[in-house]
Design a binder for this molecule. Structure first.
Ligand SMILES: Nc1nc2c(ncn2[C@@H]2O[C@H](COP(=O)(O)OP(=O)(O)OP(=O)(O)O)[C@@H](O)[C@H]2O)c(=O)[nH]1
Ligand SMILES: [Mg+2]
Length: 223
């Protein structure tokens, strides 16, 4: 697309956050030089927004609840050629983003991380099993080369926008992959390290309620 050449080069890092004031400082401090953070605050009742501003991030507020709503608000606010998305809980290392960006520069349309736990006991077995089942479906039914649901990802901003509105809650990462497959995108998976969250509380895998919600959203996309 010729318009891509006129956009500011660089990478915007969208960080969806609900109550991540404890974990966010280390995430922002670990961003590679030149990567510009947008923290999307979505219903936080802690100091997430103030902490983000204090560490130099731009803050976007999204009133609609949900992970997907937050991510899409961040993408809409980004102006750079590339957009990365990662969690604000310290479980992923922003220092690994350049390896995903390199895949895009080498021609991929979407680069996703395959989470590799750095030690035992980080990833509850039920979440891991669920992810494995979902990833198998993505490989077999959609022909995607993935073993995880792409929780950390990089893509050209225009590509993401071309897909239109996607799922507002936890179905977002999966719907993105399914739509990318349908559109014939070159999707590549890269190993990334996965750690325990650095502080704060889990919204998904750490509780039965969160896991059930995520499963419901996953099934809605993979129906
Ligand atoms: N903006 C926004 N962010 C959310 C919402 N729910 C979760 N998040 C963020 O999405 C990311 C992933 O959520 P987590 O709670 O870490 O989910 P998880 O990785 O399954 O759970 P952990 O085991 O605790 O890491 C975090 O950065 C959350 O703050 C939401 O409704 N809105
Ligand atoms: Mg997490």
């Amino acid at each position: 697309m010729p318009t891509e050449h006129r956009e500011p080069a660089g990478v915007t890092v969208v960080i969806p956050c609900r109550n991540e004031a404890e974990a966010l400082p280390a995430v922002l401090a670990a961003l590679p030089a030149g990567y510009q953070p947008i923290v999307v605050d979505n219903g936080s009742t802690d100091d997430t927004a103030a902490v983000a501003t204090g560490y130099g991030a731009r803050v976007v507020t999204e009133p609609r609840p949900g992970y997907g709503a937050a991510v899409q608000a961040g993408i809409a606010a980004a102006r750079t050629e590339l957009v990365a998305v990662l969690d604000g809980d310290g479980s992923m290392d922003p220092g690994e983003l350049p390896r995903l960006v390199a895949e895009i520069r080498a021609g991929a349309d979407l680069a996703v991380g395959r989470r590799r736990p750095v030690s035992g006991g980080i990833w509850p077995w039920h979440t891991r099993l669920g992810n494995r089942v979902v990833a198998r479906r993505l490989r077999h039914r959609y022909g995607l080369p993935v073993h995880d649901i792409g929780a950390m990802r990089v893509a050209p901003r225009r590509r993401l926008e071309s897909l239109g509105r996607l799922h507002d809650r936890f179905g977002y990462p999966l719907e993105l992959l399914v739509r990318a497959a349908a559109a014939g995108w070159d999707v590549r998976e890269v190993d990334i390290s996965y750690r325990a969250r650095a502080g704060g509380r889990s919204k998904v895998s750490g509780s039965a309620r969160g896991s059930l919600r995520a499963t419901r959203d996953f099934l809605a996309v993979l129906r």
